[in-house]
Design a protein around this ligand. Structure first.
Ligand code: GLY
Length: 581
C-alpha cells in the first residue's frame, strides 16, 4: 500500500514525530502516516474516492475501499477517524444525516440526529421573566441533545462489507498514539481553551496546558494530539457494539458528566436512542434527479424549493454571479427560509407539508411578487399560505461498485457545547440550540422558528444539513455534494449545484467560487470575502442590505465524468482533502 502522497496541489505541511502503533494501516512507516501528511485539494480517480475535512480521515476511508470495502465501510471509518482528527465537528457526541444511492438503484436516508432528552421542556431555556438564555442552549451541559452518531454508524455498517472492528481500528490508533495537528487545528484548539475548561468538569486532551503565562499559546502546528480516553471509548464500542456507547461504562461517564454540570441526559435517554430510516426526497431538475435529506433537516426541502424557483428561468443566460442571477437567487432564498421558520420541524412531532411546499403551484405563487428591479423587504414576506395543515462537517464518497454517499454530521457549534465527557474523552454537542428556544428569538445562526420546532422530549431539532446526490438524465451517478455552515448549508449546496448544472463548472470551481446567503431574517445578503465588488454595489443600489463575512461552508464535491472517472474537490477554505484510487 502506498503512503499518503506528499505532493500537495495547494497546501502542504509536514511534521515529524515518533510513536508506536500496532496497525497495518496507521503509523510512521505505514500506509497512512499520521505525522507526515498533506491536504490534496482536487484529483481525478478511476474507481473510488472520499472528500472530507481532514486528509487523514479521507485516507482512512479510501483505504477501506481499497481493501475491498464499499462506500458504506468508508463512511463509517471516515466518520470515526474524523471524530479523532477533526474534533471541532467530527464526533461521536453529536449527530448527522446520511443520504445514499445504492448500486442497486435504491435510495437510503438515515437520520441520526440528536434528540431532546426526556427531561427537556419547551421553556427550559427561559428565565423567570421569560427571557431566552441562549448561553445555556449553546454552551455547557444543558446544551446537549442525546447523541445519535454511534447508532448512525452501526446503521450504516449494515450496508457495508467489512467487520466493524476493522472500520474502527484506524480511529482507535489515531486516538491512542496521536497525530500531528495542523496550524488551523492548533489555532482552533487555542481559541476554545478557556471555554473547554469552563464547560467541562475534568481535564481533557484538548487543553494542552492550563495556567499558561499571558500571551503564550498552548498548541502549535506539528504538535502530537493523543486522546487516550477517547481511544478507550472507541475500544468499548469496538468490543461491545452500539452498547459500548449507549450502555455500560461510556453511558455512565456521560451521565456522571451531566450530573456534575447540571445536564439532563439520563441513562434511559441513551439506551432509548433510535436511528430513523426516512424516505429520501427526490425531484427532477432539468432532467437530472436530485436526492436529498427530508425533515428533520430543512436542507433537502430548501434545495428543492430553490432549484424549482430557478428551473423555469434562464439562469445560465444571466451569467454566473451577475447582479441579475444573484438577485434572483437571493429572492428565492429569502422566501424559502421564511417557509423554513414556519413549517419545518421533526416530522415525528409536527406535520411538515412537504407535498404542498414543493408543488409547482406553490412554488410559482411563492415567486409571484418577485421584482427583478428591487429587494423585497423580508417584513413583507411571510411564510406561504397553505391549506394543509457554523460547525458541522461533510463527507462525500463514491465507491468502485457504484454506491454514492453524502453525509453531514455535527456537534453544532465548533467543539459543540465545549463539554468534554470526563474519562470518555469526547465532546458533547450543543444541538439543543437548533430548536426554537422561544418564538422570535434567533438561534446562533440568526434563524427564527416557532411551534414546528419547539422543544419537546424525544423530538429532533430542525437542521439545515443538506447531504445531496444528483443522478444524470439516465439516472446514473453524477454529483455527491454537501457542506457544513449552519443555515448557510442549503444555500451553499444550491449554489454548488447550479454552478455545475447551469453554469457548467468543474467540481473545483463549483466548490471554491465565493458564495452568498440570504435567510429571510435578518434581512441582509451575506457575501463571502472575494465576492465581486461591482455586483455588491449594484445590489446595494437596488435596496439590499449587504454584509461581508469570512468563509461560507466547506463544500466537498464528487462529480462523475462522462468517462466514469471521479473528479473530486475538497474545499480550499479548510484543511479539507480528497483521497481515492
Ligand atoms: N447544527 C447545524 C444544523 O444541524 O443545521
Amino acid at each position: 500500500m502506498k503512503r499518503i502522497i506528499l505532493s500537495s496541489l495547494l497546501l502542504a505541511w509536514q511534521f515529524s514525530a515518533t510513536a508506536q502503533s500496532t496497525s497495518k494501516l496507521i503509523g510512521a512507516d505505514k500506509a497512512i502516516d499520521p505525522y507526515h501528511y498533506t491536504s490534496v485539494k482536487s484529483n481525478t480517480f478511476d474507481h473510488a474516492s472520499v472528500a472530507c475535512a481532514h486528509p487523514l480521515a479521507s485516507a482512512v476511508g479510501a483505504e477501506m475501499m481499497k481493501q475491498g470495502g464499499n462506500a458504506f465501510d468508508a463512511a463509517v471509518a471516515t466518520q470515526l477517524a474524523l471524530a479523532v482528527v477533526y474534533s471541532n465537528a467530527g464526533n461521536i457526541g453529536g449527530g448527522g444525516f446520511l443520504v445514499a444511492r445504492k448500486a442497486d438503484g435504491k435510495n437510503l436516508a438515515l437520520d441520526y440526529r440528536e434528540t431532546a432528552p426526556s427531561k427537556a421542556s419547551r421553556d427550559m431555556y427561559l428565565d423567570k421573566n421569560g427571557n431566552a438564555q441562549t448561553l445555556l442552549s449553546q454552551f455547557g451541559h444543558q446544551a446537549s441533545g442525546v447523541p445519535g452518531t454511534v447508532a448512525g454508524l452501526f446503521a450504516t455498517a449494515l450496508h457495508g462489507k467489512l467487520p466493524f472492528k476493522i472500520l474502527i481500528q484506524p480511529a482507535i490508533e489515531l486516538a491512542e498514539f496521536g497525530y500531528c495537528i495542523t496550524e488551523r487545528e492548533a489555532a482552533a484548539l487555542n481559541s476554545v481553551r478557556e471555554s473547554l475548561t469552563k464547560n467541562s468538569t475534568g481535564a481533557s486532551a484538548f487543553v494542552k496546558e492550563n495556567n499558561l503565562p499571558a500571551g503564550r499559546q498552548g498548541w502549535k502546528a506539528g504538535d502530537t494530539l493523543i486522546q487516550k480516553d477517547l481511544a478507550e471509548t472507541l475500544k468499548r464500542i469496538r468490543d461491545n457494539g452500539q452498547k459500548g456507547f449507549y450502555e455500560g461504562k461510556t453511558a455512565e461517564l456521560v451521565v456522571e458528566e451531566m450530573k456534575k454540570g447540571g445536564g439532563i441526559i439520563s441513562l434511559e435517554d441513551l439506551k432509548n436512542y433510535k436511528v430513523r430510516t426516512r424516505n429520501a426526497l427526490e425531484f427532477n431538475y432539468k432532467g437530472n434527479t436530485i436526492i436529498g435529506m427530508p425533515p428533520p433537516s430543512s436542507g433537502g426541502l430548501i434545495v428543492w424549493q430553490l432549484m424549482k424557483m430557478m428551473e423555469k428561468r434562464p439562469l445560465a443566460s444571466y451569467g454566473f454571479q451577475s447582479t441579475k442571477s444573484v438577485q434572483l437567487m437571493v429572492e428565492a432564498e429569502r422566501r424559502s427560509y421564511a417557509d423554513r421558520a414556519e413549517f419545518m420541524g421533526d416530522p415525528d412531532f409536527w406535520k411538515v407539508p412537504v407535498k404542498t411546499l414543493t408543488s409547482d403551484a406553490y412554488i410559482k405563487n411563492r415567486m409571484a411578487d418577485y421584482d427583478s428591479n428591487k429587494a423585497t423587504p423580508s417584513k413583507d414576506i411571510k411564510a406561504g399560505i397553505i391549506k394543509e395543515s457554523e460547525e458541522t462537517t461533510h463527507i462525500s464518497i463514491i465507491d468502485q461498485y457504484g454506491n454514492m454517499i453524502s453525509i453531514t454530521t455535527t456537534l453544532n457549534n465548533s467543539y459543540g457545547s465545549r463539554t468534554v465527557v470526563a474519562g470518555a474523552g469526547f465532546i458533547m454537542n450543543d444541538e439543543m440550540d437548533d430548536f426554537s428556544v422561544k418564538p422570535g428569538v434567533a438561534n446562533m445562526y440568526g434563524a427564527l422558528g416557532g411551534e414546528a420546532n419547539a422543544i419537546q422530549p424525544g423530538k429532533r431539532m430542525l437542521s439545515s444539513m443538506t447531504p445531496t446526490l444528483v443522478l444524470d438524465k439516465n439516472r446514473k451517478p453524477l454529483i455527491v455534494a454537501g457542506t457544513p455552515g449552519g443555515t448557510t448549508i442549503p444555500t451553499s449546496v444550491f449554489q454548488t449545484l447550479v454552478n455545475i448544472l447551469d453554469f457548467g463548472m468543474n467540481a473545483t470551481d463549483a466548490v471554491n467560487k465565493p458564495k452568498f446567503h440570504h435567510q429571510w431574517m435578518p434581512d441582509e445578503v451575506m457575501l463571502e470575502k472575494g465576492f465581486n465588488e461591482d455586483v455588491k454595489k449594484e445590489l446595494q443600489s437596488m435596496g439590499y442590505k449587504v454584509s461581508e463575512r469570512g468563509a461560507i461552508g466547506r463544500t466537498e464535491v464528487i462529480r462523475i465524468l462522462a468517462n466514469g472517472k471521479r473528479e473530486v474537490a475538497a474545499d480550499k477554505r479548510g484543511d479539507d482533502s480528497v483521497s481515492g484510487f
